[in-house]
Write a protein that binds this ligand. Structure first.
Ligand code: HEC
Ligand code: HEC
Length: 607
């Protein structure tokens, strides 16, 4: 059987997962204990504190990995014969020299369950912390490289490298040796090649080393300067500081505006738990500063400033041994009450016609083309910002807010009904596609219907997507009929019309009975549109819109792809709302879990 082809949804995949789960839960530990006694000690960093961390990693390896990978990581653990694939020979220098540390961490975290390698990160039934997974990566180098190699490497370092690299610190001519970006993204083979390939690094040529010495010094340098346990040691003296800018004026915040502002620093773990919350006042030059006595390089930091009643946040940043001082500028914006800044970048209407009811889904991608936050015409966003029309017969309006991808829509109650529609109660930040809302409602259908409602803001384009169920759509001639399309084997029809001005009415007339409804007559009205179908249709609509538009539009991809920062942002906002008692505990927990899952997917996709 070809396990590479194993479909994650197939029964075989499922069976294998269960088997692994059982194996890890029980038999595994007994076997591991037996193997524990004779674990070898290989390459350790010279620093005693770091050496202790690697030893902790080796102990974890015995406990959690050796049953499959073998006590020395040579792929010969007692469980190896029962696995669908031979476990990797992690402790073999031939394997490790070409391995990339960041990839090892990723595999340990996410596993390759279909190939017999379980995950030890968040998806595990008994997860290891990120710190422990880094200790394990360090332990693999200790298994593969020997203490003798370290001794030899040290001699070569002193003789051939020290004159330029000193104790590893940055200088005018050489970079610091403890740059995580270097060690996590390159293998020892890369460093080896820099000593042999003169087109690459002229300074590394002519050092008079043979191959064995090159491998030895590469191993020594990694274990001492590039070991994950060195890179991820807590920092005892770190700082986060930054300048506040006014994005509306493009200038740093001046004394009159900065005085009285507070900055809040939050640190998140990889699993998005808040580890630290600190507050400080912003100085009169518009700068803030936090000193940290104990901070982890694994944390994600973000600074939030409340300006003019609105929260603004910095990007996310991380500390490192190399960069113990993190600079996180925050851009705040003034507000505007001018609705002309608001544009519907895209409107996608997806409808499903049932026997006597129609489910309408309207997806709005909203842009704010001004350099100021739109807080509604009254200036008070809780009175409504962006306005939307609704047909008079619409029932059961439900609005969801999108966070960058079509998988991450969450119900929002930051909306209110108006005389002929609804309005968002959300301030709209400057930028294209800065707000995405999905409105769903039903309309009665009696052998036909009209979908008419007002547009309060300019729309760049509108798409209509519906299953081809024999219903005719009468549109004015501005609509382009794109004809039938097959989506996942099902026929759909799509229409598109370019720009509609604010104040105009969206008009669509439908007639004829739905073939689908006749088929489903005997069944209960199934109004819940399969989310998958909807999203597929919207994705198609976006595609269609794009192919019809003359100029390619960056917004399209921005709105389609979940952005990890956006999700982190959403989580932080959710945390704030919860802290301020704005949402119920149960809703908070559920939404946070969903956002975390979306974020994990995103991180997994990035690798
Ligand atoms: C249930 C058996 C099992 C356990 C327990 C296990 N592994 Fe694995 N591991 C495997 C198998 C099988 C493979 C090979 C997967 C493949 O061929 O793609 C593998 C592959 C790997 C790889 C990828 C190597 C490569 O080719 O890039 C790494 C890294 C790894 N394991 C580390 C670990 C660590 C660290 C632990 C303990 C925390 C561990 N494994 C526990 C079975 C296991
Ligand atoms: C003549 C000076 C010189 C000598 C000797 C030297 N290096 Fe370098 N090394 C450099 C310079 C310059 C760079 C930066 C090259 C670049 O990034 O363009 C560098 C880069 C590196 C890097 C990559 C660091 C990073 O973050 O990009 C490593 C690792 C390294 N050297 C290790 C060694 C080792 C090990 C030796 C001894 C075998 C050695 N170097 C000898 C000058 C030297």
């Amino acid at each position: 059987m070809n396990l590479k082809q194993l479909d994650p949804l197939s029964p075989r995949f499922y069976v294998l997962s269960v088997v692994l789960f059982l194996v890890l839960g029980s038999a595994f530990f007994t076997i591991a204990r037996v193997a524990a006694a004779q674990a070898p000690t290989g390459a350790l960093p010279t620093d005693a504190g770091l050496a202790a961390e690697v030893e902790a990693g080796l102990a974890l390896f015995e406990e959690r990995c050796s049953a499959c990978h073998g006590p020395a990581g040579l792929g010969d653990g007692p469980m190896a014969p029962d696995l669908p694939n031979p476990p990797a020979r992690l402790g073999d220098p031939a394997f490790l020299r070409t391995a990339v540390a960041g990839d090892l961490f990723q595999t340990i975290s996410s596993g390759r369950i279909e190939r017999g390698m379980p995950p030890f990160g968040a998806q595990s039934t008994d997860p290891l912390s990120a710190d422990d997974r880094w200790r394990l990566v360090a332990a693999l180098y200790s298994l593969a490289y020997t203490a003798e190699t370290m001794a030899e490497g040290e001699q070569i370092y002193v003789a051939s490298c020290q004159e330029c690299h000193g104790d590893g610190d940055e200088s005018e001519t050489v970079p610091a040796l403890n740059d995580p970006a270097y060690w996590l993204n390159s293998s020892d083979h890369t460093l080896f090649l820099s000593f042999t390939d003169d087109s690459w690094l002229p300074e590394h040529q002519g050092l008079g080393l043979n191959d064995e010495q090159r491998w030895a010094v590469a191993a020594y340098t990694r274990v001492n300067y590039g070991s994950p346990v060195a890179l991820f040691q807590p920092l005892t003296a770190a700082s986060v500081s930054g300048q506040l800018f006014n994005g509306t004026t493009g200038e740093p915040l001046t004394a009159d505006k900065a005085t009285g502002l507070t900055a809040t620093l939050r640190a998140f773990t990889e699993d998005l738990d808040v580890r630290l919350t600190l507050t400080t006042t912003v100085a009169s030059d518009g700068r803030y500063h936090f000193d940290l006595a104990d901070a982890s390089p694994a944390w994600f930091f973000r600074v939030q400033v409340n300006y003019g009643g609105l929260d603004f946040t910095s990007d996310f940043g991380q500390l490192s041994q190399m960069r113990p001082g993190l600079d996180l500028p925050v851009t705040v914006y003034d507000t505007t009450t001018d609705p002309a800044a608001i544009q519907f970048e895209q409107i996608h209407i997806v409808i499903e016609i049932f026997d006597n009811e129609v489910q309408v889904n309207e997806l709005y991608v909203v842009s704010n083309l001004n350099d100021a936050v739109f807080t509604g015409q009254s200036g008070d966003y809780s009175q409504g910002t962006v306005h939307f029309g609704l047909p008079p017969e619409a029932m059961g309006l439900d609005v969801q807010r999108g966070f960058g991808s079509f998988e991450s829509f969450f119900p929002t109650d930051e909306v209110t009904l108006t005389a002929d529609g609804w309005a968002a109660l959300i301030p709209v930040r400057p930028g294209r596609g800065s707000l995405t809302l999905l409105a769903r409602y039903t309309l009665p259908y009696r052998s036909g219907m009209a979908l008419n409602h007002r547009l309060y803001h300019d729309a760049a384009g509108v798409t209509l997507v519906m299953r081809d169920v024999g219903v005719r759509v009468a549109t004015s001639d501005v609509w382009l009929d794109n004809g039938p399309q097959l989506i996942a084997g099902e026929p759909f029809v799509t229409y598109f019309r370019p720009s509609l001005a604010a104040g105009s009415t969206l008009e669509l007339t439908f007639s004829g009975r739905s073939r689908m409804a006749m088929l489903l007559q005997d069944q209960a009205p199934a109004l819940a549109v399969g989310a998958g179908v909807l999203l597929l249709a919207v994705a198609l609509a976006a595609y269609v819109t794009n192919s019809w538009r003359r100029e390619p539009d960056a917004i399209e991809t921005e709105a389609l792809e979940a952005d990890a920062d956006e999700l982190l942002h959403a989580i932080a906002e959710l945390d704030d709302a919860y802290e301020q008692g704005e949402i119920a505990e149960a809703d908070y927990r559920r939404e946070r879990e969903e956002l975390k899952a979306a974020l994990r997917d995103r991180w997994a996709d990035d690798d």
